[in-house]
Write a protein that binds this ligand. Structure first.
Ligand SMILES: [Zn+2]
Length: 402
């Protein structure tokens, strides 16, 4: 067993991971870990190590970073998916009790303990695919009490890092007459309260024509920024509504979806530090267009990928599914998919200085694989690493293949 470097008594303990093969490299190297960070990478490292693990030439990759999920929710929307697949309209689905407000109802009704249990299980599903940093959003409460309950349902002793995003501006609850009225309440009451309680480090909003409009969203996002939240935006998913433009203007960490962007937005993204987070699993479930990933990458846009795991439009936690769609439908190369799930996803969460690559000084988050790189992001449902390390600690080992 590997020690836990986060425990203070073990903080100075040094671990050596021997004979690792880095992505697309032939020669084997060693990885020295101290205090949960990579101290050194090199051939035949020597020194005083308390732990040595020989992985015998297996491939290692930086831990995957899932940078856009709605992991916390009550209920499910299976009946609605069936209606959608059978071609029923949005109105018919809403009349049958479906839509986002059905998840709001179920999430409001769930106890904190129920949400904790569901969230823990879902986090474990991500860990077993090699995720070492996970973003989760609120946004199915739409009242202060449930938004807080959602953010509090994330286990404090989770094995991986969880980055929490406040998404009160996901949809308009029935208690409010207009989106603008609700947005004012979010700006004046919800945001300061979430900040005061330290429940989230990022703020998100669904900018879309007829929902939260671009111009009225600015004051909300500016207030969030002034309070110290990092910004991220659900942008230009259904129509070109200005979300990507606002994201670049306010230096948001990411603009997510970006399906409808034109050359103008692509150029703005390319000149900014804002990452385009693409969510092709949702695009397939919704049977809509895929974002112009190839054009974005060729223009110099940083592109990340994520599952968008949620009960209504992307009921999947499968990273291989997302990566396969990015390759098959969006012409992203395997290298680009891996970057999208590591260093670019780290940048989308503002963690690029400490996460996302295997370099001295960065956190020792990595996965060990039985397969070679050509097998990655291909086989839907069965991409599982042999071992997952978080801050130098072994947190998952797949024994089925041994
Ligand atoms: Zn989303």
């Amino acid at each position: 067993m590997i020690h836990d470097p986060r425990k203070s008594k073990n903080r100075d303990m040094k671990t050596l991971i021997q004979n690792v093969r880095l992505y697309k490299q032939k020669t084997l190297v060693d990885l020295a870990i101290e205090g949960g960070r990579i101290e050194k990478l090199g051939s035949n490292l020597s020194g005083d190590f308390q732990q040595r693990v020989d992985i015998k030439g297996a491939l290692i990759l930086p831990g995957f970073i899932e940078c856009h999920t709605h992991t916390i929710f009550g209920g499910h929307r299976g009946f609605e998916m069936e209606m959608k697949f059978q071609g029923k309209s949005y109105q018919e689905i809403a009349q049958a009790g479906g839509g986002i407000l059905s998840t709001v109802k179920a999430t409001r009704a769930a106890s904190l303990e129920e949400l904790q249990k569901l969230t823990l299980k879902r986090i474990q599903n991500f860990i077993e695919q090699g995720v070492t940093t996970l973003e989760v959003k609120s946004g199915y409460g739409l009242n202060l009490e449930t938004e807080i309950k959602m953010l509090e349902s994330v286990p404090k002793d989770s094995k991986i890092e969880i980055i929490k995003t406040f998404l009160g501006a996901h949809a308009k609850p029935t208690e409010f007459a207009s989106h603008d009225e609700y947005l004012k309440e979010l700006t004046d009451v919800f945001l300061p309260e979430v900040k005061k309680r330290g429940l989230a480090t990022r703020a998100d909003i669904f900018i879309e024509k007829g929902f939260f409009e671009k111009d009225s969203s600015r004051a909300y996002l500016q207030k969030a920024k002034d309070l110290g939240f990092d910004l991220t935006i659900h942008a230009d998913q259904l129509t070109l509504s200005g979300g990507t433009e606002v994201a670049c203007e306010l230096a948001a960490k990411s603009a997510d979806h970006c399906i409808q962007v034109s050359d103008v937005e692509i150029q703005k993204l390319a000149k900014s530090n804002t990452v385009a987070v693409l969510l092709p699993a949702a695009d397939l479930y919704l049977k809509c267009a895929y974002p112009p990933a190839r054009q974005m990458i060729d223009a110099g846009v940083k592109v990340a990928l994520a599952t968008d795991f949620n009960p209504g439009t992307s009921p999947t936690q499968d990273l291989a599914f997302v990566g396969m769609l990015a390759r098959r439908e969006m012409k992203m190369t395997l290298d680009e998919v891996i970057q999208a799930y590591t260093i670019n996803a780290a940048q989308a969460l503002g963690l690029e200085k400490t996460h996302g690559t295997l370099e001295a000084g960065k956190v020792a988050d990595f996965t060990v694989w039985d397969e070679d790189e050509d097998s990655l992001f291909l086989s839907v449902g069965s991409m599982k690493p042999k071992m997952v390390f978080k801050s130098g600690k072994l947190i998952f080992e797949n024994r089925s293949g041994l």
